[in-house]
Write a protein that binds this ligand. Structure first.
Ligand code: FE2
Ligand code: FE2
Length: 156
């Protein structure tokens, strides 16, 4: 029987090209949620998403784990330039960074699936113009993002 890998090991494997990419390197050290960074936050969100998928699988609910993990690693790429030129206010960041992240992620991943686009563009749910959700993975992403935002200030 193949050895089960942890959610963290899974993210390390699946996310290797993303971690090594210029897009991720550009934003990974940017401060996010007080003591954390976009890089460590995104990694935590991806691990939590993978963990949720594993739990659901054990309960007989299948998910698109790899697609979701890749989207989670890219969901805040649009935060690049947050403290300089890109956004004019906190409200501007909340509204537009998911869309900019989606655009960056599309370039990095060579296009996005419908699931990935929705998960990234609606990760700030319910603070998004269209609150409809069509993929369960989007719900997992928004829950993981919020839980990580709670622990981020305690972590680096
Ligand atoms: Fe975000
Ligand atoms: Fe986030």
């Amino acid at each position: 029987m193949a050895k089960k890998i942890t959610a963290s090991e899974y993210v390390r494997e699946v996310g290797r090209p993303i971690f090594q990419s210029r897009e991720f390197q550009d934003v990974k050290n940017q401060k996010h949620h007080l003591r954390s960074t976009v890089g460590s936050h995104s990694r935590r969100v991806a691990i939590m998403c993978a963990f949720f998928c594993d739990c659901l699988s054990r309960a007989g609910v299948e998910t698109q784990k790899e697609e979701l993990v890749k989207a989670a690693l890219c969901h805040d790429l649009g935060m690049q330039g947050r403290y300089s030129h890109r956004y004019s206010s906190g409200r501007d960041i909340i509204r537009n960074h998911p869309l900019n992240s989606s655009e960056e992620a599309g370039k990095l991943l060579g296009g996005l699936t419908d699931l990935q686009r929705e998960a990234i563009e609606k990760h700030m749910w319910p603070m998004c113009p269209d609150r409809s959700i069509h993929h369960k993975e989007t719900a997992l992403m928004t829950i993981a993002d919020k839980l990580c935002a709670i622990v981020d200030p305690l972590c680096k």
